[in-house]
Each structure stands twice: as C-alpha cells, then as structure tokens.
Design a protein around this ligand. Structure first.
Ligand code: FES
Ligand code: FES
Length: 157
C-alpha cells in the first residue's frame, strides 16, 4: 500500500512502489485526465506536478512521490492559476483532438507559477517537451500570453 497526496486529498494505492504514477492515477484511482502517450518521457502527455514542478508521471514510480504534493489536471479547476489558464485555453480554442492538452496545461501552469510574465522564447522553451501532433503550438503560446496578462491584472477573466 502506498499513500499519495493528490489534489489535496490522501489516496491509498494498493500497488508496488515501482509502478509509475501514471498507472496509479489512471488504473488504480480512475483519474483519466492525465494521458498516456509514449510511456518514455518523450511527449509530455502524462505531465503532472510534484510540489509545483512539472514531472512525467509515466516514468515516475509512486515510491518517489510519497510525501509529495501531487497535482493533476483534475485539480486545476480549483487552482487559481489553473483556472485562468484553462479559461485562456477555451478563449483561444487551443485544443484540436485534445489528447495532449492536459499535459500542455499542466506544463503551462507550472511555467506561469515560476515565471509569471514569460517571453515568447521562454514559453517555447518551457513547452518544448510537450508534443502536439495537431500542431496547436501557436494557440498554446497565445493562450499562455493571455493567461499571463490576466494573472498580472489579478486573475480577472
Ligand atoms: S506518456 Fe509520459 S512523456 Fe509521453
Ligand atoms: S491537440 Fe491533438 S495532439 Fe495536441
């Protein structure tokens, strides 16, 4: 049994410590917002936060996250930055097929928490590990810039 802190709640997972966090989220806890893409830390679809930093849950064993605060896309609806980012995503019609977008949003929220007013270059650098086969990169950049503006104004939407 491994005890995890996910989106502010305690969750017990009946699985060996070496199983990846992504498997625990999706298969053990039914939290399917976080996506499986490559399983090799190459695409970013599985991005979640550990103590506020973006990590790849497909290659992170649950034994490595015990005692850490994990946040997933499901937790962004009550996260002040996550709310603004998701609103900007909708306003900019970012998603196409949608598959990569939970990971994109998690990386964007992590970026804006560490760098509240990122330049376009900083955005491209931060988001470079999140692959979108639909090519939504320009809309992702626009949404992050809009979210940064809105957060600078106090988060009004
Ligand atoms: S599924 Fe984790 S990086 Fe691709
Ligand atoms: S929206 Fe389709 S993979 Fe990104």
């Amino acid at each position: 049994m491994t005890r995890l802190q996910i989106n502010g709640q305690t969750k017990d997972v009946d699985a060996p410590g070496e199983i990846p966090l992504l498997w625990a989220l999706r298969d053990e806890l039914g939290m399917t917002g976080t996506k499986f893409g490559c399983g090799m830390a190459l695409c970013g679809a599985c991005t979640v936060h550990m103590d506020g930093s973006a990590i790849r849950s497909c290659v992170t064993p649950i034994s490595a996250v015990t005692g850490k605060a994990i946040s997933t896309i499901e937790g962004m609806e009550v996260d002040p930055v996550g709310q603004v980012v998701q609103h900007a995503w909708v306003e900019n019609n970012v998603a196409q097929c949608g598959y990569c977008q939970a990971g994109q949003i998690m990386t964007a929220v992590s970026l804006l928490k560490s760098t509240p007013r990122p330049s376009e270059e900083q955005i491209d650098q931060a988001m470079s590990g999140n692959i979108c086969r639909c090519g939504t990169y320009p809309r992702i950049r626009a949404a992050i810039l809009q979210a940064a503006d809105q957060l600078a104004q106090g988060g009004q939407r």
